[in-house]
Design a protein around this ligand. Sequence first.
Ligand SMILES: N[C@@H](CCC(=O)N[C@@H](CS)C(=O)NCC(=O)O)C(=O)O
Length: 211
Amino acid sequence: MKVHGDVLSIATQRVLTCLYEKELDFELVPVDIRTGAHKKQPFISLNPFGQVPAFEEGDMTLFESRAINLHIAHAYKDKGTQLIYDGKKMAIALVWMDVEAHQFDPAATKLGFELVVKPMIGGMVDAESVHENEAKLVQVLDIYEVRLAQSKYLGGDDFTLVDLHHLPCIHRLMGSQVKKLFDSRPHVNAWCADILARPAWLKVLAMQANH
Ligand SMILES: N[C@@H](CCC(=O)N[C@@H](CS)C(=O)NCC(=O)O)C(=O)O
């Protein structure tokens, strides 16, 4: 199994975390997005949209981190952490998986870019974007607080891909002013502490630190 990506990329980290949860061996093939390697051959043949990560297994190539993770979780059901359910439970988990992708991620990614990435690269922070996306994140976290009061994890009573998909963005935002939005909601706060301490995630952070 090969993951073509960048250990500093959120979407690549999502797939690496899944592979560690499943205790699978893989090779990370570095794609340097700072030099634009993701927009050129050979990478563009793996993902025509020119975004990392891409995943290769035998003669199959996949892109889109969440789709890659669903494949891994189904194909290696019997290995490592059980990250998916069957039947009705999975239908519910899929609802929350879409909530992450379509409600949480757009606001969280924009905030991470404005509040963490831009200060690192010396960019001007767009205060209007911060204000707008903080308001969107508040709405999402209020809904998460209610959900997590009824269910230990977002997708159900077990840690699943739903929670895993949040990890890289939450980790990034914990180093910003937005941390207070997570900390001030008791169930969200406990959930963050729990998932951020997962050994699989800590292995991804170690990879990042050694980069
Ligand atoms: N929905 C995609 C998003 C992939 C994505 O946005 N990748 C970023 C890095 S985290 C990227 O390649 N950015 C460079 C670009 O879009 O040009 C996924 O989950 O795989």
